[in-house]
Design a protein around this ligand. Structure first.
Ligand SMILES: [Zn+2]
Length: 589
Protein backbone atom coordinates (compact mmCIF):
# COMPACT_ATOMS: atom_id res chain seq x y z
CA UNK A 1 0.00 0.00 0.00
CA UNK A 2 2.67 2.42 1.06
CA UNK A 3 4.72 1.58 -1.94
CA UNK A 4 1.95 2.27 -4.40
CA UNK A 5 1.20 5.69 -2.82
CA UNK A 6 4.79 6.68 -3.19
CA UNK A 7 4.70 5.60 -6.78
CA UNK A 8 1.63 7.73 -7.53
CA UNK A 9 3.26 10.74 -5.90
CA UNK A 10 6.31 10.23 -7.99
CA UNK A 11 4.31 10.12 -11.18
CA UNK A 12 2.38 13.26 -10.20
CA UNK A 13 5.59 15.04 -9.53
CA UNK A 14 6.82 14.18 -12.96
CA UNK A 15 3.68 15.65 -14.49
CA UNK A 16 4.29 19.08 -12.92
CA UNK A 17 6.47 21.36 -14.93
CA UNK A 18 9.74 22.49 -13.48
CA UNK A 19 8.44 26.04 -13.04
CA UNK A 20 5.34 24.87 -11.24
CA UNK A 21 7.47 22.84 -8.89
CA UNK A 22 9.70 25.78 -8.22
CA UNK A 23 6.74 28.04 -7.48
CA UNK A 24 5.16 25.47 -5.18
CA UNK A 25 8.42 25.09 -3.29
CA UNK A 26 8.73 28.85 -2.94
CA UNK A 27 5.19 29.04 -1.56
CA UNK A 28 5.84 26.29 0.96
CA UNK A 29 8.99 28.07 2.02
CA UNK A 30 7.13 31.35 2.42
CA UNK A 31 4.41 29.72 4.49
CA UNK A 32 7.01 28.02 6.61
CA UNK A 33 8.83 31.32 6.96
CA UNK A 34 5.71 33.07 8.12
CA UNK A 35 4.95 30.42 10.64
CA UNK A 36 8.54 30.11 11.75
CA UNK A 37 9.29 33.66 12.77
CA UNK A 38 9.33 33.28 16.50
CA UNK A 39 11.54 35.14 18.90
CA UNK A 40 14.46 32.91 19.79
CA UNK A 41 16.33 33.18 23.05
CA UNK A 42 19.39 31.08 23.80
CA UNK A 43 22.37 31.29 26.11
CA UNK A 44 25.91 30.57 24.93
CA UNK A 45 26.88 30.15 28.58
CA UNK A 46 25.66 30.84 32.09
CA UNK A 47 22.89 28.26 32.38
CA UNK A 48 25.02 25.37 33.61
CA UNK A 49 27.74 27.20 35.54
CA UNK A 50 28.69 30.42 37.29
CA UNK A 51 30.24 32.60 34.61
CA UNK A 52 30.54 32.69 30.82
CA UNK A 53 27.26 34.62 30.78
CA UNK A 54 26.03 35.46 27.30
CA UNK A 55 22.47 35.45 26.02
CA UNK A 56 21.35 35.86 22.41
CA UNK A 57 17.97 37.26 21.35
CA UNK A 58 17.12 36.64 17.70
CA UNK A 59 14.09 37.80 15.78
CA UNK A 60 14.09 37.62 12.01
CA UNK A 61 17.33 39.17 10.89
CA UNK A 62 17.94 41.06 14.11
CA UNK A 63 20.15 39.85 16.91
CA UNK A 64 20.97 41.46 20.21
CA UNK A 65 23.23 40.03 22.86
CA UNK A 66 23.19 40.57 26.61
CA UNK A 67 26.56 40.14 28.39
CA UNK A 68 29.77 38.54 27.16
CA UNK A 69 31.47 37.02 30.18
CA UNK A 70 34.29 34.67 30.97
CA UNK A 71 34.41 31.76 33.40
CA UNK A 72 37.09 30.58 35.81
CA UNK A 73 38.38 27.11 34.93
CA UNK A 74 37.60 24.00 37.00
CA UNK A 75 40.33 22.64 39.23
CA UNK A 76 41.36 19.90 36.78
CA UNK A 77 41.71 22.23 33.78
CA UNK A 78 45.47 22.56 34.08
CA UNK A 79 47.05 25.67 32.64
CA UNK A 80 43.74 27.13 31.47
CA UNK A 81 43.33 30.77 32.44
CA UNK A 82 39.65 31.04 31.68
CA UNK A 83 36.83 29.90 29.44
CA UNK A 84 34.81 32.03 27.04
CA UNK A 85 31.49 31.42 25.24
CA UNK A 86 31.52 29.55 21.95
CA UNK A 87 30.27 31.85 19.17
CA UNK A 88 30.18 29.34 16.34
CA UNK A 89 26.38 29.69 16.08
CA UNK A 90 26.80 33.39 15.24
CA UNK A 91 29.19 32.73 12.35
CA UNK A 92 27.73 34.25 9.19
CA UNK A 93 25.24 36.30 11.21
CA UNK A 94 27.70 38.98 12.34
CA UNK A 95 25.97 41.62 10.23
CA UNK A 96 22.68 40.94 12.05
CA UNK A 97 24.06 41.83 15.46
CA UNK A 98 22.47 45.17 16.33
CA UNK A 99 24.10 45.55 19.71
CA UNK A 100 25.78 43.93 22.68
CA UNK A 101 24.48 45.11 26.03
CA UNK A 102 26.80 44.66 29.01
CA UNK A 103 24.84 44.84 32.29
CA UNK A 104 27.86 45.55 34.54
CA UNK A 105 31.63 45.40 34.81
CA UNK A 106 32.19 42.00 36.47
CA UNK A 107 34.35 39.62 34.46
CA UNK A 108 31.65 36.96 34.22
CA UNK A 109 29.68 39.56 32.24
CA UNK A 110 32.35 41.47 30.33
CA UNK A 111 35.50 39.30 30.51
CA UNK A 112 35.11 37.66 27.09
CA UNK A 113 34.24 40.87 25.26
CA UNK A 114 37.85 41.92 24.48
CA UNK A 115 38.35 38.61 22.64
CA UNK A 116 34.89 38.08 21.12
CA UNK A 117 33.96 41.57 19.89
CA UNK A 118 36.60 41.61 17.12
CA UNK A 119 35.52 38.13 16.04
CA UNK A 120 31.92 39.32 15.72
CA UNK A 121 32.72 42.24 13.45
CA UNK A 122 33.06 44.78 16.27
CA UNK A 123 29.34 45.28 16.98
CA UNK A 124 28.01 48.25 18.95
CA UNK A 125 28.47 47.84 22.72
CA UNK A 126 25.88 49.41 24.98
CA UNK A 127 26.78 49.86 28.66
CA UNK A 128 26.87 52.33 31.53
CA UNK A 129 29.87 54.72 31.55
CA UNK A 130 31.91 52.92 34.20
CA UNK A 131 31.31 49.53 32.58
CA UNK A 132 32.61 51.01 29.33
CA UNK A 133 35.72 52.26 31.17
CA UNK A 134 36.29 48.79 32.66
CA UNK A 135 35.81 47.17 29.25
CA UNK A 136 38.41 49.48 27.70
CA UNK A 137 40.82 48.62 30.52
CA UNK A 138 40.23 44.91 29.81
CA UNK A 139 40.91 45.39 26.10
CA UNK A 140 44.17 47.11 27.05
CA UNK A 141 45.10 44.28 29.46
CA UNK A 142 44.50 41.73 26.72
CA UNK A 143 46.70 43.76 24.38
CA UNK A 144 43.89 43.70 21.87
CA UNK A 145 44.29 46.30 19.16
CA UNK A 146 40.83 47.47 18.29
CA UNK A 147 38.65 50.36 19.33
CA UNK A 148 35.25 49.19 20.49
CA UNK A 149 32.20 51.00 19.16
CA UNK A 150 30.35 52.07 22.26
CA UNK A 151 27.11 53.73 23.21
CA UNK A 152 27.27 54.90 26.82
CA UNK A 153 23.99 54.70 28.67
CA UNK A 154 24.11 58.04 30.43
CA UNK A 155 20.42 58.44 31.08
CA UNK A 156 18.24 55.49 31.98
CA UNK A 157 15.22 57.34 30.64
CA UNK A 158 16.03 57.08 26.95
CA UNK A 159 15.18 53.82 25.22
CA UNK A 160 17.13 52.77 22.14
CA UNK A 161 16.02 50.94 19.02
CA UNK A 162 18.16 47.99 17.97
CA UNK A 163 16.61 46.54 14.82
CA UNK A 164 13.14 45.39 15.79
CA UNK A 165 14.07 45.37 19.46
CA UNK A 166 13.37 48.38 21.61
CA UNK A 167 15.58 48.42 24.68
CA UNK A 168 14.82 50.30 27.90
CA UNK A 169 17.09 50.53 30.94
CA UNK A 170 16.72 50.53 34.70
CA UNK A 171 19.08 50.78 37.63
CA UNK A 172 20.06 47.60 39.45
CA UNK A 173 21.55 47.19 42.92
CA UNK A 174 24.57 44.87 42.78
CA UNK A 175 28.09 44.64 44.21
CA UNK A 176 29.51 46.91 41.52
CA UNK A 177 28.46 50.44 40.63
CA UNK A 178 26.74 51.36 37.39
CA UNK A 179 24.84 48.07 37.09
CA UNK A 180 21.94 48.31 34.69
CA UNK A 181 19.10 46.02 33.72
CA UNK A 182 17.21 46.00 30.44
CA UNK A 183 13.62 45.69 29.32
CA UNK A 184 13.61 44.37 25.77
CA UNK A 185 10.37 45.05 23.92
CA UNK A 186 9.60 42.35 21.35
CA UNK A 187 6.39 41.51 19.45
CA UNK A 188 5.86 38.42 21.60
CA UNK A 189 6.75 39.66 25.03
CA UNK A 190 8.56 42.26 27.05
CA UNK A 191 11.67 40.75 28.54
CA UNK A 192 13.00 42.06 31.84
CA UNK A 193 16.67 41.14 32.32
CA UNK A 194 18.31 42.70 35.38
CA UNK A 195 21.67 40.93 34.98
CA UNK A 196 23.06 40.23 38.46
CA UNK A 197 20.80 41.79 41.07
CA UNK A 198 20.13 42.16 44.76
CA UNK A 199 17.97 44.22 47.04
CA UNK A 200 19.43 46.61 49.54
CA UNK A 201 16.67 47.52 51.92
CA UNK A 202 19.02 49.54 54.16
CA UNK A 203 21.64 51.17 51.93
CA UNK A 204 24.48 53.37 53.16
CA UNK A 205 23.21 56.19 50.98
CA UNK A 206 20.40 56.72 48.50
CA UNK A 207 16.95 55.13 48.44
CA UNK A 208 16.35 51.43 49.09
CA UNK A 209 15.95 49.10 46.13
CA UNK A 210 12.47 49.13 44.64
CA UNK A 211 11.59 47.23 41.46
CA UNK A 212 7.83 47.74 41.56
CA UNK A 213 8.04 49.85 38.42
CA UNK A 214 8.87 46.79 36.32
CA UNK A 215 5.35 45.38 36.63
CA UNK A 216 4.09 47.94 34.15
CA UNK A 217 5.81 46.05 31.32
CA UNK A 218 3.08 43.46 31.60
CA UNK A 219 0.98 44.54 28.60
CA UNK A 220 -2.35 43.18 27.44
CA UNK A 221 -1.00 41.96 24.13
CA UNK A 222 2.39 40.93 25.43
CA UNK A 223 3.40 38.84 28.42
CA UNK A 224 6.20 39.89 30.72
CA UNK A 225 9.15 37.51 30.66
CA UNK A 226 11.58 37.74 33.57
CA UNK A 227 15.10 36.39 33.07
CA UNK A 228 16.28 36.05 36.63
CA UNK A 229 19.85 35.51 37.83
CA UNK A 230 19.40 32.74 40.42
CA UNK A 231 22.72 32.34 42.24
CA UNK A 232 21.23 32.83 45.72
CA UNK A 233 18.28 30.48 45.31
CA UNK A 234 19.39 28.09 48.08
CA UNK A 235 20.24 30.75 50.66
CA UNK A 236 17.53 31.63 53.14
CA UNK A 237 16.52 35.14 54.12
CA UNK A 238 17.47 38.45 52.52
CA UNK A 239 20.93 39.48 51.39
CA UNK A 240 22.57 41.57 54.15
CA UNK A 241 22.43 45.33 53.93
CA UNK A 242 25.43 47.46 53.06
CA UNK A 243 24.73 49.60 56.12
CA UNK A 244 25.48 46.71 58.44
CA UNK A 245 28.68 45.96 56.54
CA UNK A 246 29.69 49.61 56.69
CA UNK A 247 29.15 49.76 60.46
CA UNK A 248 31.20 46.61 61.05
CA UNK A 249 34.07 47.83 58.90
CA UNK A 250 34.01 51.16 60.70
CA UNK A 251 34.29 49.38 64.06
CA UNK A 252 37.22 47.30 62.87
CA UNK A 253 39.09 50.33 61.55
CA UNK A 254 38.51 52.53 64.59
CA UNK A 255 39.44 49.78 67.06
CA UNK A 256 42.47 48.34 65.25
CA UNK A 257 45.69 48.48 67.32
CA UNK A 258 47.90 48.20 64.27
CA UNK A 259 47.49 48.18 60.51
CA UNK A 260 44.33 47.05 58.77
CA UNK A 261 44.92 45.09 55.59
CA UNK A 262 41.74 45.03 53.64
CA UNK A 263 41.41 42.36 50.95
CA UNK A 264 38.56 42.62 48.48
CA UNK A 265 37.68 42.45 44.79
CA UNK A 266 39.11 45.25 42.70
CA UNK A 267 35.61 45.78 41.33
CA UNK A 268 34.10 46.62 44.76
CA UNK A 269 34.56 50.34 44.18
CA UNK A 270 31.77 51.36 46.52
CA UNK A 271 33.30 49.38 49.41
CA UNK A 272 36.77 50.74 48.65
CA UNK A 273 35.32 54.25 48.64
CA UNK A 274 33.72 53.62 52.03
CA UNK A 275 36.98 52.36 53.56
CA UNK A 276 38.72 55.51 52.32
CA UNK A 277 35.94 57.64 53.82
CA UNK A 278 36.20 55.88 57.21
CA UNK A 279 39.99 56.25 57.08
CA UNK A 280 39.69 59.99 56.57
CA UNK A 281 37.22 60.31 59.44
CA UNK A 282 39.76 58.62 61.70
CA UNK A 283 42.85 60.41 60.44
CA UNK A 284 44.35 57.32 58.82
CA UNK A 285 46.24 56.90 55.54
CA UNK A 286 45.35 54.44 52.80
CA UNK A 287 47.78 52.58 50.58
CA UNK A 288 46.34 50.81 47.54
CA UNK A 289 48.22 47.79 46.22
CA UNK A 290 47.71 45.39 43.33
CA UNK A 291 47.65 46.07 39.59
CA UNK A 292 43.89 45.81 39.02
CA UNK A 293 43.11 47.49 42.36
CA UNK A 294 45.16 50.58 41.48
CA UNK A 295 43.64 50.75 37.99
CA UNK A 296 40.09 50.44 39.31
CA UNK A 297 40.60 53.03 42.07
CA UNK A 298 41.60 55.47 39.32
CA UNK A 299 38.43 54.60 37.38
CA UNK A 300 36.38 54.93 40.59
CA UNK A 301 37.79 58.41 41.22
CA UNK A 302 37.07 59.43 37.65
CA UNK A 303 33.40 58.44 38.03
CA UNK A 304 33.04 59.93 41.51
CA UNK A 305 32.44 56.64 43.32
CA UNK A 306 35.68 57.16 45.20
CA UNK A 307 36.29 60.51 46.81
CA UNK A 308 39.58 61.01 48.59
CA UNK A 309 41.40 64.09 49.88
CA UNK A 310 44.71 64.72 48.22
CA UNK A 311 46.93 63.29 50.96
CA UNK A 312 44.76 60.37 52.13
CA UNK A 313 46.03 57.87 49.57
CA UNK A 314 49.75 57.25 49.96
CA UNK A 315 52.26 55.15 48.09
CA UNK A 316 52.71 51.65 49.49
CA UNK A 317 56.45 52.34 49.82
CA UNK A 318 55.64 55.14 52.30
CA UNK A 319 53.68 53.12 54.85
CA UNK A 320 56.61 52.95 57.26
CA UNK A 321 56.66 56.75 57.52
CA UNK A 322 53.53 56.55 59.72
CA UNK A 323 52.66 54.76 62.95
CA UNK A 324 51.12 51.35 62.30
CA UNK A 325 47.73 52.28 63.68
CA UNK A 326 47.46 55.02 61.07
CA UNK A 327 47.78 52.69 58.11
CA UNK A 328 45.15 50.89 56.03
CA UNK A 329 46.18 48.80 53.04
CA UNK A 330 43.55 47.94 50.44
CA UNK A 331 44.62 45.08 48.22
CA UNK A 332 43.63 42.27 45.90
CA UNK A 333 43.93 38.58 46.53
CA UNK A 334 41.03 37.73 48.83
CA UNK A 335 40.39 34.73 46.56
CA UNK A 336 43.86 33.35 47.25
CA UNK A 337 45.07 34.10 43.72
CA UNK A 338 48.65 32.98 43.22
CA UNK A 339 50.50 36.23 42.55
CA UNK A 340 48.06 38.68 44.14
CA UNK A 341 49.06 40.97 46.99
CA UNK A 342 47.45 39.11 49.89
CA UNK A 343 49.17 35.88 48.89
CA UNK A 344 52.54 37.64 48.72
CA UNK A 345 51.95 39.17 52.14
CA UNK A 346 51.03 35.77 53.59
CA UNK A 347 54.10 34.15 52.02
CA UNK A 348 56.39 36.84 53.45
CA UNK A 349 57.30 37.92 49.92
CA UNK A 350 55.83 41.41 49.98
CA UNK A 351 58.40 44.19 49.71
CA UNK A 352 56.85 46.48 52.30
CA UNK A 353 54.54 44.41 54.50
CA UNK A 354 55.55 41.72 57.00
CA UNK A 355 52.60 40.45 59.01
CA UNK A 356 52.77 40.89 62.78
CA UNK A 357 50.46 40.23 65.73
CA UNK A 358 49.08 43.80 65.68
CA UNK A 359 47.87 43.50 62.12
CA UNK A 360 44.21 42.96 61.24
CA UNK A 361 43.47 41.27 57.92
CA UNK A 362 39.91 41.62 56.60
CA UNK A 363 38.52 39.35 53.88
CA UNK A 364 35.73 41.50 52.49
CA UNK A 365 34.48 39.32 49.67
CA UNK A 366 32.51 36.20 49.02
CA UNK A 367 34.22 33.00 48.01
CA UNK A 368 34.01 32.29 44.31
CA UNK A 369 32.97 28.62 44.01
CA UNK A 370 36.07 26.48 43.42
CA UNK A 371 38.40 28.77 45.43
CA UNK A 372 37.44 27.39 48.86
CA UNK A 373 40.58 25.37 49.53
CA UNK A 374 42.99 28.04 48.35
CA UNK A 375 41.37 30.64 50.60
CA UNK A 376 41.52 28.29 53.58
CA UNK A 377 45.24 27.83 53.00
CA UNK A 378 45.72 31.58 52.81
CA UNK A 379 43.83 32.12 56.06
CA UNK A 380 45.82 29.37 57.81
CA UNK A 381 49.03 31.08 56.83
CA UNK A 382 47.87 34.49 58.13
CA UNK A 383 46.60 33.00 61.40
CA UNK A 384 49.99 31.29 61.92
CA UNK A 385 51.75 34.64 61.63
CA UNK A 386 49.55 35.95 64.42
CA UNK A 387 47.35 38.31 62.44
CA UNK A 388 43.86 39.05 63.62
CA UNK A 389 41.90 37.68 60.65
CA UNK A 390 38.31 38.74 60.11
CA UNK A 391 36.12 37.11 57.51
CA UNK A 392 32.48 36.58 56.77
CA UNK A 393 32.06 33.69 59.18
CA UNK A 394 33.20 35.91 62.05
CA UNK A 395 31.53 39.21 61.21
CA UNK A 396 29.47 40.66 58.36
CA UNK A 397 32.30 42.35 56.51
CA UNK A 398 30.78 41.59 53.16
CA UNK A 399 27.31 41.51 51.68
CA UNK A 400 27.07 39.48 48.51
CA UNK A 401 25.80 40.89 45.26
CA UNK A 402 23.01 38.38 44.70
CA UNK A 403 19.42 38.05 45.85
CA UNK A 404 18.61 35.27 48.32
CA UNK A 405 15.34 33.31 48.67
CA UNK A 406 13.35 36.12 50.32
CA UNK A 407 14.71 38.58 47.74
CA UNK A 408 13.61 36.26 44.92
CA UNK A 409 10.12 36.16 46.41
CA UNK A 410 10.09 39.95 46.69
CA UNK A 411 11.29 40.39 43.11
CA UNK A 412 8.59 38.06 41.77
CA UNK A 413 5.97 39.84 43.85
CA UNK A 414 7.05 43.22 42.53
CA UNK A 415 7.59 42.32 38.88
CA UNK A 416 4.71 39.82 38.52
CA UNK A 417 6.08 38.03 35.45
CA UNK A 418 3.98 35.76 33.25
CA UNK A 419 7.03 33.70 32.30
CA UNK A 420 10.12 33.06 34.35
CA UNK A 421 13.45 32.00 32.87
CA UNK A 422 15.99 31.38 35.67
CA UNK A 423 19.54 32.08 34.47
CA UNK A 424 23.18 32.75 35.43
CA UNK A 425 23.83 29.82 37.78
CA UNK A 426 24.37 26.06 37.89
CA UNK A 427 21.44 23.89 36.81
CA UNK A 428 20.46 22.89 40.36
CA UNK A 429 20.23 26.55 41.36
CA UNK A 430 17.90 27.23 38.41
CA UNK A 431 15.71 24.36 39.65
CA UNK A 432 15.74 25.75 43.19
CA UNK A 433 14.78 29.18 41.89
CA UNK A 434 11.85 27.53 40.09
CA UNK A 435 10.74 25.98 43.39
CA UNK A 436 10.80 29.37 45.09
CA UNK A 437 8.80 30.81 42.19
CA UNK A 438 6.19 28.06 42.42
CA UNK A 439 5.88 28.71 46.16
CA UNK A 440 4.73 32.25 45.38
CA UNK A 441 2.22 31.10 42.79
CA UNK A 442 4.05 31.08 39.46
CA UNK A 443 2.65 28.35 37.25
CA UNK A 444 5.08 25.50 36.63
CA UNK A 445 4.29 25.49 32.91
CA UNK A 446 5.42 29.12 32.70
CA UNK A 447 8.88 28.46 34.15
CA UNK A 448 11.34 27.65 31.39
CA UNK A 449 14.62 26.08 32.47
CA UNK A 450 16.96 25.69 29.51
CA UNK A 451 20.46 24.31 29.10
CA UNK A 452 23.27 26.21 27.43
CA UNK A 453 22.49 26.50 23.73
CA UNK A 454 18.92 25.26 24.02
CA UNK A 455 16.58 27.52 22.06
CA UNK A 456 13.56 29.00 23.83
CA UNK A 457 10.86 30.23 21.46
CA UNK A 458 8.18 32.83 21.91
CA UNK A 459 5.40 33.51 19.42
CA UNK A 460 1.78 34.66 19.52
CA UNK A 461 0.75 31.56 21.43
CA UNK A 462 3.33 31.93 24.19
CA UNK A 463 6.74 30.53 25.07
CA UNK A 464 8.29 27.08 25.14
CA UNK A 465 11.53 25.14 25.29
CA UNK A 466 12.50 23.52 22.01
CA UNK A 467 14.72 20.56 21.23
CA UNK A 468 16.97 22.69 19.06
CA UNK A 469 20.41 23.43 20.39
CA UNK A 470 23.31 25.54 19.19
CA UNK A 471 26.87 24.44 20.05
CA UNK A 472 28.27 25.70 23.33
CA UNK A 473 31.44 23.62 23.75
CA UNK A 474 34.10 25.21 25.89
CA UNK A 475 36.54 27.65 24.31
CA UNK A 476 39.66 27.73 26.44
CA UNK A 477 41.97 30.68 26.79
CA UNK A 478 45.54 29.79 27.61
CA UNK A 479 47.93 32.69 28.20
CA UNK A 480 46.86 35.15 25.56
CA UNK A 481 45.76 32.57 23.01
CA UNK A 482 42.12 31.81 22.33
CA UNK A 483 41.12 28.31 21.45
CA UNK A 484 44.73 27.12 21.10
CA UNK A 485 43.88 24.59 23.72
CA UNK A 486 41.34 22.05 22.58
CA UNK A 487 39.69 19.30 24.56
CA UNK A 488 42.47 16.99 23.35
CA UNK A 489 45.16 19.18 24.89
CA UNK A 490 43.22 19.50 28.10
CA UNK A 491 42.66 15.75 28.28
CA UNK A 492 46.40 15.25 27.80
CA UNK A 493 47.10 17.60 30.69
CA UNK A 494 44.59 15.74 32.85
CA UNK A 495 46.18 12.38 31.97
CA UNK A 496 49.66 13.70 32.72
CA UNK A 497 48.54 15.23 36.01
CA UNK A 498 46.88 12.01 37.11
CA UNK A 499 49.30 9.31 35.94
CA UNK A 500 52.36 11.00 34.48
CA UNK A 501 54.02 10.21 31.18
CA UNK A 502 56.51 7.84 29.66
CA UNK A 503 58.57 8.46 26.54
CA UNK A 504 59.58 5.42 24.48
CA UNK A 505 62.50 6.14 22.16
CA UNK A 506 63.18 3.60 19.43
CA UNK A 507 66.14 4.05 17.07
CA UNK A 508 66.02 2.11 13.81
CA UNK A 509 68.64 1.44 11.17
CA UNK A 510 66.57 2.08 8.09
CA UNK A 511 68.69 0.12 5.65
CA UNK A 512 69.10 -2.98 7.74
CA UNK A 513 65.57 -2.79 9.18
CA UNK A 514 67.00 -3.37 12.65
CA UNK A 515 66.93 -1.71 16.01
CA UNK A 516 70.15 0.18 16.62
CA UNK A 517 70.03 -0.25 20.38
CA UNK A 518 67.75 -1.19 23.22
CA UNK A 519 64.69 1.15 23.26
CA UNK A 520 65.14 4.04 25.71
CA UNK A 521 62.56 5.00 28.31
CA UNK A 522 62.06 8.31 30.11
CA UNK A 523 59.46 8.56 32.87
CA UNK A 524 58.00 11.74 34.37
CA UNK A 525 55.49 11.53 37.19
CA UNK A 526 54.78 7.87 36.46
CA UNK A 527 57.39 5.60 38.08
CA UNK A 528 60.78 6.17 39.59
CA UNK A 529 62.84 4.17 37.10
CA UNK A 530 65.67 3.19 39.41
CA UNK A 531 63.28 1.41 41.72
CA UNK A 532 61.34 -0.27 38.93
CA UNK A 533 64.09 -1.91 36.91
CA UNK A 534 62.02 -4.98 36.20
CA UNK A 535 59.08 -3.03 34.80
CA UNK A 536 61.46 -0.89 32.72
CA UNK A 537 63.09 -3.98 31.25
CA UNK A 538 59.73 -5.59 30.49
CA UNK A 539 58.50 -2.41 28.80
CA UNK A 540 61.62 -2.30 26.64
CA UNK A 541 61.02 -5.91 25.63
CA UNK A 542 57.45 -5.03 24.70
CA UNK A 543 58.71 -2.29 22.40
CA UNK A 544 61.15 -4.74 20.82
CA UNK A 545 58.39 -7.29 20.35
CA UNK A 546 56.17 -4.73 18.61
CA UNK A 547 59.04 -3.86 16.27
CA UNK A 548 59.74 -7.52 15.54
CA UNK A 549 56.16 -8.08 14.43
CA UNK A 550 56.22 -5.18 12.03
CA UNK A 551 56.86 -5.49 8.32
CA UNK A 552 60.47 -4.57 7.67
CA UNK A 553 60.15 -3.27 4.14
CA UNK A 554 59.65 0.43 4.75
CA UNK A 555 58.66 1.24 8.32
CA UNK A 556 55.33 3.06 8.54
CA UNK A 557 56.22 5.44 11.32
CA UNK A 558 52.69 6.48 12.25
CA UNK A 559 51.48 2.92 12.38
CA UNK A 560 54.45 1.96 14.53
CA UNK A 561 53.81 4.87 16.89
CA UNK A 562 50.15 3.96 17.29
CA UNK A 563 51.12 0.39 18.03
CA UNK A 564 53.57 1.48 20.72
CA UNK A 565 51.08 3.87 22.24
CA UNK A 566 48.27 1.32 22.40
CA UNK A 567 50.15 -1.82 23.31
CA UNK A 568 52.56 -0.30 25.80
CA UNK A 569 49.64 1.64 27.28
CA UNK A 570 47.73 -1.59 27.73
CA UNK A 571 50.77 -3.40 29.11
CA UNK A 572 51.50 -0.69 31.68
CA UNK A 573 47.89 -0.62 32.77
CA UNK A 574 47.94 -4.38 33.35
CA UNK A 575 51.09 -4.03 35.44
CA UNK A 576 50.31 -0.85 37.39
CA UNK A 577 46.58 -0.07 36.99
CA UNK A 578 47.65 3.38 35.85
CA UNK A 579 47.39 5.03 32.46
CA UNK A 580 50.38 7.26 31.89
CA UNK A 581 50.58 9.13 28.63
CA UNK A 582 52.81 7.10 26.28
CA UNK A 583 54.87 9.21 23.89
CA UNK A 584 56.64 7.20 21.17
CA UNK A 585 59.67 8.76 19.51
CA UNK A 586 60.99 6.99 16.41
CA UNK A 587 64.43 7.90 15.15
CA UNK A 588 65.47 6.46 11.79
CA UNK A 589 69.17 6.53 11.03
ZN1 LIG B 1 28.07 40.59 38.96
Amino acid sequence: MEKSTKKTQATNKKKLSRNQRRRAAKKRQAQKGQKAAPLKIYALGGLEEVGRNMTVFEYGSDIIIVDMGSQFPEEDMHGIDYIIPNIISLKGKEKNIRGVIITHGHLDHVGAAPLLLPKLGNPLVIAAPMTVALLKKQIENHQQKFTPRVLEVKSLKNPIQLGKFRVNFFQVTHSIKDSIGVIIETPFGNIVHPGDWRYDLDPVEGPKTDLNHLAKWQKKDRPLILMMESLGSTESGHQGSEKEVYNNIENIITQAKGRVIFGTFASMLERIGQVIQIAEKNGKKVAVDGFSMKANVEIGKQFGFIKAKKDTIIDIAKIHDYPKNKIIVICTGSQGEGRAVLRRIANGEHRFIKIGPDDTVVFSSSVIPGNERTIQGLKDSLYRQGANVIHKEIMDVHAGGHGKIEDIKLLLKEVKPTYLIPIYANHYLLREAAKVAQSVGIDKSKILIADNGQIIEFDKTGGRLTNQKVPTDYVFVDGLGVGDVSHVVLRDRQVMAADGMIVVIVTIDRKKGQLVQNPDLISRGFIYMKENKKLVEETRNQAKKIFKNMSKDGIDENYFKDKIRNEIGKFLYQKTQRRPMVLPVIIQV
